[in-house]
Design a protein. Structure first.
Length: 511
């Protein structure tokens, strides 16, 4: 008898018969959440004018959502583990749709801010429930690769699709439709989920809720996200900004201490102590820092410097979306079961970094076809290839009772990374622009020359910040190569009762 036949057999369950149909509705719900992160940005100027929101308060349309979503993600993941992911998914969908409808009919700034906060609350329940459903429904290695390839493409490219859809709705209908569009998405996803999603038995965590952990994590994450948001508008030296960072550090440290001592922690430390998951959370967060800043800079560059309309700007991002879909569903899916995850994640971040490096050459008259197009394709391919195994491995081998909170950590790293990226890279860009104008504006005698210098300063600020993003992606690649060591071909990661993961050879049986 061959060695392969002597190896211990593992029965890898194929899951529910409707799992592929379920994937359609889970992906639709995820698309809705990701779209919302950018679609509202396109509509913000029109909404601000109609609702009479001041320039000082308009940031709350974005900040109210970010604070609620980022602060409650861990709680949402734990609720999904406790209630059941299907139930949490449906509640999140319905709540998100109602909050979106409220935003669409808003008649004042406070009403809009409240609607956005509610969207964040229900999004924090919906997002980890969606990812954890995939984790527990797709357990076969090849099927898991395909499922997470689709999910990763949506998670990576949905933001750019939101720019296109937001541009269309704002330009040809009304800004309110950027909110109303979520309602049909949610209705279709909820009806489909009700009919086809069947959560595997025995995966719930029925332990009592860790209230101190909920309070400390929520307040700590809210303080962290708000600190970075305020740093963007008021500066890093602002007293409240600094106090937010200090408060966040104290609260999150207290959270870790509490979680190490309570019997039923909100975030079992075994989830983040694993070197693979820890490396993924960290590298994903860093990659998102670069991506979020890039979306913002390219949107402003195309509209203000190049004079693109909102719709044309959205279409300009399509090559990046196509690259993400290709990298995730073709490269990542085909190779994930053959090579180690770090050999996809590390090179993926480096390819994306190469695309970023091209964008450091931005000038006022840069050609879309010869500079922006190849840069966007490389960015999309690299990020899609890296995101796909990261999304899968972040929940692979985790105990079923921890699937929700492990999924929430993926979303938390992305949300915090987005807040850091927007604030950090904006600050770098603004500082570089100010320095450029100080050196060049005095030499501009006429108004057209001054306007030209202003645009040159803006583009110089963008290219400087993008250069920092290149370095950040390099660090993300280094972390992926160093920390992520799972995913050996022909192996399946299984969790022992103590939460320790082992790679077990899967026997190949000749037919």
């Amino acid at each position: 008898m061959s060695e392969a036949l002597k190896a211990p057999r593992i029965t890898v369950p194929t899951g529910d018969a409707n799992r592929w149909k379920a994937l359609v509705f889970i992906a639709l719900a995820q698309l809705m959440v990701v779209l919302d992160s950018t679609i509202v940005n396109i509509a913000l100027p029109s909404a601000q004018k109609d609702l009479g929101i001041s320039d000082g308060n308009r940031q709350w349309v974005v900040t109210a959502y970010a604070l609620a979503f980022g602060g409650l993600l861990l709680f949402g993941g734990r609720i999904a583990d406790k209630w059941g992911r299907r139930r949490a998914f449906l509640v999140g969908l319905v709540g998100f749709a109602l909050a979106s409808a409220l935003g669409g009919v808003a008649v004042s700034g406070p009403m809009m801010f409240g609607a956005r906060a509610l969207q964040g609350v229900f999004g924090a329940l919906l997002a980890p429930a969606a990812l954890s459903l995939l984790a527990v429904m797709f357990t076969d290695a090849k099927e898991r690769a395909k499922a997470f390839g689709i999910y990763g493409a949506i998670a990576g490219g949905g933001g750019a699709v939101g720019l296109i859809l937001g541009g269309f709705l704002t330009e040809y209908l009304d800004w309110r439709w950027t909110f109303f569009v979520n309602v049909p998405f949610a209705v279709v996803a909820a009806l489909g989920a009700t009919l086809v999603i069947r959560e595997p038995e025995g995966g719930r965590n029925r332990s009592p809720l860790d209230i101190p952990g909920v309070v400390l994590s929520t307040l700590g994450l809210v303080a962290l996200v708000y600190g970075f948001t305020r740093a963007e508008s008021d500066g890093w030296g602002d007293a409240l900004t600094v106090s937010m960072f200090v408060a966040s550090a104290v609260l999150l440290l207290a959270f870790v201490l509490v979680e190490s001592r309570v019997k039923a922690p909100l975030l079992p430390l075994r989830v983040v102590r694993d070197r693979n998951r820890g490396g993924i959370y960290l590298s994903l967060g860093l990659a998102i820092i670069g991506m979020f800043g890039l979306f913002l800079f390219l949107t402003y560059y195309l509209q203000i410097v190049q004079g693109y309309s909102p719709v044309k700007t959205g279409f300009a991002f399509l090559p990046m979306v196509a690259g993400m879909i290709t990298g995730s569903t073709q490269i990542g899916t085909r190779l994930m079961t053959r090579v180690r995850a770090r050999l996809l994640m590390g090179p993926g971040f480096l390819v994306a970094g190469l695309g970023m490096l091209l964008l450091t050459q931005l000038e006022i008259g840069s050609s879309y076809a010869t500079l922006l197009l190849p840069a966007m394709v490389l960015l999309g391919l690299g990020m899609g290839t890296a995101f796909m195994p990261a999304m899968s491995l972040a929940t692979q081998g985790v105990e079923p009772r921890d699937a929700g909170v492990a999924s929430a950590m993926v979303n938390t790293s992305q949300q915090v990374g987005g807040a850091i990226g927007t604030a950090l890279l904006n600050t770098i860009a603004a500082s570089a622009k100010t320095s450029y104008l100080k050196d060049h504006l005095a030499g501009a005698a006429t108004r057209p020359q001054q306007q030209l210098v202003q645009l040159q300063g803006m583009v110089h600020g963008y290219s400087t910040a993008i250069a920092f993003a290149v370095g950040i992606l390099g660090v993300a690649a280094l972390i992926a190569f160093t920390f992520v060591n799972a995913g050996r071909p022909g192996s399946v990661t299984v969790a022992s009762g103590a939460g320790v993961e082992d790679e077990v050879p899967v026997p190949v049986v000749a037919h």
